[in-house]
Design a protein around this ligand. Structure first.
Ligand SMILES: [Zn+2]
Length: 423
């Protein structure tokens, strides 16, 4: 009688129950958080409505085409997927095989169907250094063995921009080794290929494989791709960025490492569209892109360098409505990525211009440590000390007290560096 539960039919029932529980918990991913609201700041919030300043351009970085030895897909495929994903620019990052004709890189940037396509490159600086994405270069580089300082000089001569790729990849040969980043502007804090690799050895691997397979036929692949970031922004790439940020003014960016592998009946596998709808960089510019593609590339590079950048995970069109600024009691307003003078009263103010207005949470992070979870729809948070402050926005399905169901990381904004005058 005691061994009754070992009968095959009972075992089958238990296994089924365990599978249902696994998928249900995998889907709703319950989390416990203290959620705060800052009530004293209501007056300030009324005085400072959420409105975007400047112009936004949205786009993706780290995309491979047939110019890379390990990918298929051409710029026509890239541009049509970009239009369907509602984005403005794509920074390609092909690896140049030694035998590939240099002529393929002579056009450094052009508009295709009003999408700015920049022909950047992914360059290995050797296994003792790591990898960068660089653009726009007039020389195609298949590898650089002379060290990071000499690469920085090479970039400077060409007014090139470089971003560290695969910064903390599970594939250790790709990871960034030096503890500095000379001449480098950005840090790929999110890399879809890296998170995919990490998930393959994770408890939730079956859930994610099933979700990817089930969503693809419904054109919802981007939804399950975005869900790979189920743990949100607590991961090694972000921790490394937060710690480096204290010394170097790097800009956090999200990359895709999209490599279509095959063309089957005209369609790419995997196609660009699901990637382009997943991790998108939004750059705040003073003016829209000029009509000349090289001038637009310079505008984009300067926009990235300014740090006025936030990254979104899915729902790109709504994410574009995100507004965040710091404001001092004298009314001075500072955009994302800026130095802010410490004063008695400095607030972070955020929200979504035109929505969404419900089921939003914000997390305030100072020097890599979580300071508070704040209930939306808007954020008004008074800072307690100088430091590097970041804001993250999340969406969720249901909240009961401290228990939050189906919490989805959505927006990751670059830090404000709040400093005492004279520091
Ligand atoms: Zn790559």
């Amino acid at each position: 009688m005691a061994l009754n539960f070992l009968r095959p039919r009972k075992i089958g029932r238990w296994l089924l129950l365990a599978a249902v529980a696994y998928f249900a918990v995998g889907y709703v991913s319950p989390r416990l958080h203290w959620v705060a609201t800052e009530r004293g700041a209501v007056e300030l919030a009324r005085a400072l409505p959420i409105q975007p300043a400047g112009v936004r351009v949205s786009g993706v970085i780290h995309v491979h085409t047939h110019r890379s030895h390990d990918a298929v897909g051409d710029e026509g495929d890239v541009a049509s997927a970009a239009r369907r994903a509602d984005i403005d620019f794509v920074v390609l990052s092909d690896h140049r095989a030694a035998e590939a004709p240099i002529g393929q890189w002579q056009t450094r940037a052009h508009f295709v169907d009003s999408v700015l396509i920049v022909r950047g490159q992914e360059i290995s600086l050797g296994s003792a250094v790591g990898r960068v994405l660089a653009f726009p270069l007039d020389t195609a580089v298949s590898g650089w063995q002379a060290g990071v300082e000499s690469f920085a000089a090479f970039l400077r001569e060409r007014s090139g921009t470089a971003i560290v790729a695969h910064s903390r990849s599970p594939r250790s040969r790709d990871s960034w080794r030096p503890d500095s980043t000379p001449g480098i502007v950005g840090w790929e804090v999110f890399d879809l290929a890296d998170i995919g690799r990490a998930r393959l050895s994770d408890f939730w691997v079956v859930y994610h494989l099933a979700a990817l397979a089930a969503s693809a036929p419904f054109g919802r692949l981007h939804w399950s791709v975005t869900r790979l970031y189920r743990d949100g922004f607590d991961q090694p790439h972000v921790a490394a960025f937060d710690s480096l940020y204290r010394r170097a003014h790097l800009v956090a960016l999200g990359g895709l490492d999209a490599h279509p592998k095959k063309r089957f009946r005209g369609a790419l596998l995997p196609g660009y569209e699901a990637f382009f709808k997943s991790v998108v960089n939004h750059v705040e510019l003073a003016t829209p892109f000029p009509s000349d593609a090289m001038a637009a590339t310079t505008t984009l590079a300067n926009g990235l360098r300014s740090g006025r950048v936030f990254i979104s995970f899915g729902d790109t069109r709504l994410a574009r409505n995100f507004v965040l600024f710091a404001v001092a009691s004298d009314g001075a307003r500072y955009p994302i990525g800026r130095h802010v003078e410490w004063a008695d009263e400095v607030y972070l103010r955020g929200g979504f211009w035109g929505g969404p207005n419900s089921r939003l949470l914000y997390r305030v992070v100072r020097d890599g440590e979580s300071v508070a979870w704040v209930r939306g729809p808007e954020l008004t948070w008074r800072l307690s000390s100088p430091g590097a402050y970041r804001v993250e926005a999340y969406r969720y399905t249901l909240r009961v007290g401290r228990l939050i169901w189906n919490l989805r990381p959505w927006i990751f904004a670059n830090p404000f560096r709040v400093v005492r005058v004279g520091d």
